[in-house]
Design a protein around this ligand. Structure first.
Ligand SMILES: Cc1ncc(COP(=O)(O)O)c(C=O)c1O
Length: 454
């Protein structure tokens, strides 16, 4: 059966590239309006060049390995609906009212219990609830970074964090990773380079567990060393850990925060372990920093949504949330297996990829000469999409890389998507061999996050 829908008018349908070009032209026209009025700090805020293409890539016939959307099919929706309805009828006056910028007290206590699973002893007073951990990233950067300050971050790094750093005109210096995560030696080197230029490092941003997009985990024996380096150089650590409970064997790792509570600001989220649409995350910070964060958050949002916080809190107290996380883990493991075995089976010589033991992502490296951003429209024509690597760097590296997500499509779709991608890549390598290069991409920088690439 064909994937393509019928065409009732029998008119020729535009190709995915044509549709993307039309959408991009429309977006460019609108972006020109009001240009002279914007604040200078908005100059680096650019919509992803591939956003328009993703509108096409979200068609049902395209297998998207691009997005980071959790698979929510396994949530107990009926019992959640009953719970939410009861919450509003019994506690509606509180649930639909303003709350404090600090967050609902009961939820902050429950968050401390969750963090204890990764070795953290935190006090509910030092937790602030945020609108997803994305808001926490914004708040922490707002608090610490003046224009030109340096943030160290793994290369590659989470696109949404790069967007926040960019919005406050911080300069990102990447630190290399290997299969064991951030390399301590590379960190030392980056610190000495930056300080010898007279620049000020404000913090190290790191995703130690099941990295987005790298798919690797920071080795336990490296954790103390990295903290020691940061402490020695008076650099704060910003630990971002939305995937920590999604280890496929149920394994957890000691949080950096558990090893050095005074020098680590920790970010957590319910997006990957419960429901991303509720937008509930949190930050655990040293007490003085937490106080400042609450002031910053007040001016941004007054308070996080009370209803959503109460829904999360009720869910934690009335549902088997640990059992639910186990179900998620099993689903994601099955999808990871489908992706890794399809990559083994179909990918041409010269490609390599990471082998995650938790989380959502595989980081893929294509052979020399392949430019994954230039290849993307051709992949979409072959009905497969991915997130090209340059969006995960602040300095235009990553042109041979791409992030492949296995969280959302079914195992069958993943296998088919990888098969299509392998065909596209094989054709691309043939082009490179014949012509020596493929169409040039434009240089890219950090992009605003979107659900397509988060
Ligand atoms: C590493 C990382 N940090 C933060 C976020 C943002 O998550 P939230 O939905 O809690 O804002 C994501 C989402 O994909 C992520 O992968």
């Amino acid at each position: 059966m064909s994937d393509h829908g019928s065409n009732p008018t029998d008119q020729p349908q535009p190709s995915p590239q044509q549709e993307a070009a039309v959408q991009q032209a429309g977006a460019a026209r609108n972006l020109d309006a009001h240009r002279d009025r914007y604040a200078q700090r908005t100059a680096g805020m650019t919509a992803s060049e591939i956003r328009a293409l993703f509108a096409v890539a979200s068609r049902p016939e395209v297998v998207s390995l691009a997005g980071g959307m959790p698979n929510l099919a396994a949530l107990p929706l009926d019992s959640l609906a009953t719970e939410v309805s009861r919450l509003i009828s019994v506690d509606g006056q509180a649930a639909l009212q303003y709350g404090s910028a600090h967050g609902v007290p009961e939820l902050r206590e429950q968050i401390c219990e969750i963090m204890a699973m990764e070795g953290i002893t935190g006090h509910p007073d030092d937790v602030m609830v945020t609108v997803g951990s994305q808001m926490a990233l914004d708040m922490v950067t707002r608090l610490f970074c003046d224009p030109g300050d340096v943030v160290l971050a793994e290369g590659p790094s989470y696109v949404g964090a790069l967007g926040s750093f960019n919005a406050y005109q911080a300069k990102v210096v990447h630190v290399a990773m290997d299969d064991d995560g951030l390399q301590p030696e590379a960190l030392r080197h980056a610190i000495s380079e930056v300080t010898s230029r007279g620049e000020r490092i404000k913090f190290l941003y790191t995703i130690p567990n099941f990295h987005n997009p790298g798919g690797v985990t920071l080795a336990v024996q490296r954790r103390a060393e990295i903290l020691e380096i940061c402490r020695h150089h008076d650099i704060l650590v910003l630990e971002d850990n939305p995937y920590g409970l999604l280890g496929f064997d149920g394994q957890t790792y000691p949080a950096l925060r558990s090893l050095d509570p005074d020098n680590v600001v920790y970010l957590g989220s319910f997006s990957k372990t419960f429901a991303s649409g509720l937008r509930v995350g949190w930050v655990l910070a040293p007490h003085a920093v937490r106080e400042k964060l609450v002031l910053a958050a007040e001016s941004a949002t007054l308070c996080p949504p009370t209803l959503n916080q109460m829904i999360v809190s009720r869910y934690l107290s009335t549902h088997d949330w640990k059992g639910q996380i186990k179900t998620f883990r099993e689903q994601y493991r099955e999808r990871r297996d489908a992706m890794l075995s399809a990559l083994e089976q179909h990918m041409p010589e010269g490609c390599s990829w990471t082998k995650p033991d938790g989380g959502f992502y595989v980081w893929f490296t294509a052979p020399e000469g392949v430019d994954t951003k230039a290849m993307l429209p051709r992949a979409v024509t072959q009905r497969v999409a991915y997130a090209s690597g340059t969006g995960f760097y602040a300095d235009a590296l990553g042109s041979r890389q791409m992030r492949l997500s296995y969280c959302y499509p079914t195992p069958e779709r993943i296998r088919e998507g990888v098969r299509r991608l392998a065909n596209t890549l094989t054709d691309e390598m043939e082009l490179v061999r014949t012509f020596g290069s493929v169409p040039q991409r434009s240089v890219s920088g950090p992009e605003a996050p979107s659900p397509d690439t988060a």
